[in-house]
Design a protein. Structure first.
Lengths: 87, 688
């Protein structure tokens, strides 16, 4: 039992840390980038002012990456903990 | 499972190819002289018959099939279904136009509506799936216990979903009346039939498989015209990539056009007109009488001078059209003043963020509203029951996580195209319409003006169209792009089919949410826990019919505030559900008293803010004078107050009341950790 609860504890900790890191990145592209959109707009990328680009496309791309990474990482963690608990 | 999955994918691949062949065949027929009206009918018939066929094949009398598609939907296909579920008539028809009109400020919708899925992925989807029941009120009821939370959740789910479904059916009416020339009310009932054939017989199972098919139609229809437009303007049919250079050219044109003397003069004339109306409104009722006397004098004068009858009749008509009393005059003149002010406003530069304006010199209010709106849309996305419900339908927790990834992937195709759509359309307007003699404008301008979606007024009488003289409904951008780019009618038909699919698929999901809240949560869980499975489905299907007809009847009234109501749904759902859901999973100490208090507080604060700020839109309610917005935040972002208050109240009330029982602690552990034998604690035995 204690082995299971220790495994669970570690699992939940890993999950919380990952969630926190990804949430920070998300807040940066979702709220901080628009906050500084005027400043970012002074930089041009492929014809796009950067502030505009981040709001129109960049944030979406980062969101896809965040969700993809979370799914990949957690699904791997799930199969590991199931493994460990069964041992 | 693997073979089933590939079989399904083969089906949908074949269907997609079939759809493309169908469109190509119509294009050929059109070049052979098939009239546009028949192309419209063909699209309507083909798509609705397809959806109906899927609906009939997926009919079911099994509860798990009816509510959660038997939990057998593979993540990729669930992602497509969620995409169709999520992308509404407003996303499809309205978004590109809003981005056109509001420039950078409109991008809050792009960020918000995609960013919300990050919250779904990190905080909700896997946990809801591990819980593995049927509805969102189910989760809250099981986590906090007792009927109060469940009833609150049912009320909020219905409140947020019903206005949303009315807007979808309204959208169906708009599309069918415009492209297929059906009468608006008939169009609504055609749409109603299209919705019912799916959800009535097969519930979630039929809705899911139809939504996958609808996703294909939506995305093909959305991307095709923009790709053709991008090809026309830049020579590369990949709008999402190449519109940067078009944006640069738009910027140059903005610099050339905006400050032309004629443009400045036109705006001044509109400002003058607005001031004129403001003056007349201030002097009511005297100004109305003055006007009446003035016209009477003119008529007498004309009659005395033996003027032609035609002139006299014209002035008499003017007098007849005057507002009847001061109240009507105020209403009409205020509208006219707002329209003139709108046109008088200096045009915005498309890429500029938070520009200085007369009301907002530092751009601070726009900045605050942008961030507040992003916040409400993300939280609202992560709280709308019809989206969250979709993650109950995957076979496992792992598939639920991957499914959120596929959802945002499929949704992003539309949301990343919309800003390109807006920029390309703007380029076309600047080059084809601005500063062009009105007599030489392309024919589609007159066609859309005739249905009231565009209007042109040569206020300075120079015979040339200044930008301020052109105004249009945002929907025109998507609806008219095929014509703007000179494409054959078959592309317009395709756009109509796409808009229809977007509206129908969202309406299906919403309708199912409302009926399951009523039949499963209210009837079965609260009133008759011992009702038989058979009877529960009968109740469910009857309610579906009633709610659908009710929604269609409301839509047929063409309620004016409907678009605002949809925007408010995000704040309402966000403040009612999000804090209770997230704390329910991440904070074991949250208890029933906290949830009841927090959900009510969040919901009430948002509702209060919306109703008080928008008091003028609800003449039937005794609200008094509208309230000045707090910190200049628009009512659409009411959730920026409701959500934090919801969180705070849950935490405070939970802390001062007793900790939840051991049972609840076990429940939380159950949704947090993978179980040894089964990934869902309750899913297995509930399949009846």
């Amino acid at each position: 039992m204690s082995k299971i609860s220790r495994a669970r504890h570690a699992y939940w900790r890993a999950n919380l840390i990952l969630t926190l890191i990804l949430l920070t990145i998300w807040v940066a592209v979702t709220f901080v980038a628009p906050l500084y959109a005027r400043e970012l707009n002074r930089i041009t990328l492929l014809g796009f002012p950067l502030g505009f680009y981040m709001a129109a496309q960049g944030s979406v791309v980062v969101d896809i990456l965040i969700i993809g990474f979370y799914a990949w990482f957690m699904n791997r963690l799930d199969s590991r903990i199931e493994h460990r608990v069964k041992e | 499972m693997a073979s089933g999955l590939s079989r399904l994918q083969r089906y949908y691949a074949a269907y997609t190819v079939g759809f493309v062949i169908f469109v190509a065949a119509l294009a050929v027929l059109e070049s052979q002289g098939m009239p546009p009206r028949w192309i419209g009918y063909a699209f309507l018939l083909f798509t609705i018959v397809t959806y109906a066929a899927i609906g009939v094949f997926s009919r079911t009398a099994d509860v798990a099939e009816y509510y959660v598609a038997g939990r057998r939907v593979p993540s990729l296909l669930n992602g497509m279904a969620t995409g169709a579920d999520w992308m509404s008539a407003a996303s499809f028809i309205g978004m590109a136009g809003s981005l056109y009109l509001s420039g950078f400020q409109g991008l809050a919708f792009v960020i918000g509506w995609t960013g919300g899925f990050v919250l779904v992925a990190l905080f909700l989807a896997p946990y809801l799936r591990r819980f593995g029941e049927y509805t969102i009120p189910d989760f809250l009821g099981a986590r906090y216990g007792g009927n109060a939370v469940r009833l609150l959740a049912v009320a909020a789910a219905i409140l947020a979903s019903f206005v949303y479904v009315v807007a979808q059916i309204y959208g169906v009416g708009v599309i069918t009346s415009r492209f297929v020339n059906l009468q608006f009310e008939i169009g609504i009932f055609v749409g109603l039939a299209g919705i019912l054939v799916c959800s009535f017989l097969g519930g979630m199972r039929a809705v899911t498989w139809t939504q996958v098919a609808q996703y294909v139609v939506i995305i093909v229809a959305y991307v095709t015209p923009v790709a053709l437009l991008a090809y026309k303007v830049t020579g590369v049919p990949a709008p999402q990539v190449v519109y940067g250079q078009v944006l640069e050219r738009v910027g140059v044109l903005e610099g050339q056009i905006f400050d032309l003397p004629a443009e400045v003069e036109t705006r001044r004339l509109f400002r003058q007109r607005a001031a004129h109306y403001a003056d007349k409104i201030a002097r009511l009722p005297g100004s109305l009488n003055e006007e009446r006397t003035l016209l009477a004098e003119r008529i007498a004068e004309l009659k005395a001078s033996d003027a032609p009858m035609r002139d006299i009749v014209q002035v008499e008509k003017q007098r007849r059209d005057l507002p009847r009393d001061a109240d009507e005059a105020r209403q009409r003149w205020e509208q006219a003043m707002a329209a003139a002010e709108e046109r008088a406003r200096p045009p915005i530069r498309h890429a500029e963020a938070f520009p200085a304006t007369a009301e907002d010199p530092g751009g601070r209010i726009q900045q605050a509203n942008f961030l507040a709106l992003v916040f409400c849309l993300t939280v609202g996305t992560a709280a709308l029951p019809h989206v969250l419900m979709r993650y109950y339908t995957t076979p496992s927790v792992q598939e639920a996580r991957s499914s959120v990834f596929w959802s945002i992937f499929f949704i992003s195709i539309l949301y990343m195209t919309a800003p390109a759509y807006a920029v390309l359309a703007k380029f076309e307007v600047f080059t084809q319409l601005a500063e062009i003699p009105i007599a030489k404008l392309p024919g589609w301008v007159a066609a859309w003006a005739k249905v009231g979606l565009m209007s042109i007024e040569d206020i300075n009488h120079d015979g040339i169209l200044q930008l301020a003289e052109l105004s249009f409904n945002p929907d025109v951008i998507v609806l008219a792009t095929p014509e703007i780019a000179g494409m054959p009618f078959v592309v317009s038909g395709l756009v109509a089919a796409g808009g229809l699919a977007a509206a129908l698929s969202t309406a299906d999901g919403l309708l199912l949410t409302i009926t399951s809240a009523l039949s499963h949560d209210l009837y079965y869980r609260v009133f008759r826990p011992r009702a038989s499975t058979q009877f529960r489905l009968v109740i469910s299907k009857s309610l579906l019919l009633v709610v659908a007809v009710l929604a269609a009847s409301v839509a047929a009234q063409k309620p004016g505030t409907i678009l605002y109501m949809v925007a408010w749904a995000f704040s309402i759902a966000g403040s009612a559900f999000f804090p209770a859901l997230v704390l329910g999973i991440f904070w074991k100490r949250a208890n029933r008293a906290g949830a009841v208090a927090g959900m009510s507080a969040g919901l009430l604060v948002s509702l209060y803010y919306i109703l008080r700020v928008e008091a003028l839109r609800f003449p039937a309610l005794p609200l008094g004078e509208p309230m000045a917005p707090w910190f200049g935040i628009q009512s659409i972002s009411a959730g920026v107050f409701g959500v934090p208050i919801g969180f705070a109240v849950i935490v405070l009330v939970s802390l001062v009341t007793r900790a939840p029982p051991q049972e609840t602690q076990d429940f939380v552990a159950g949704v947090r950790f993978p179980q040894e034998d089964d990934e869902s604690p309750k899913g297995a035995e509930q399949r009846s």
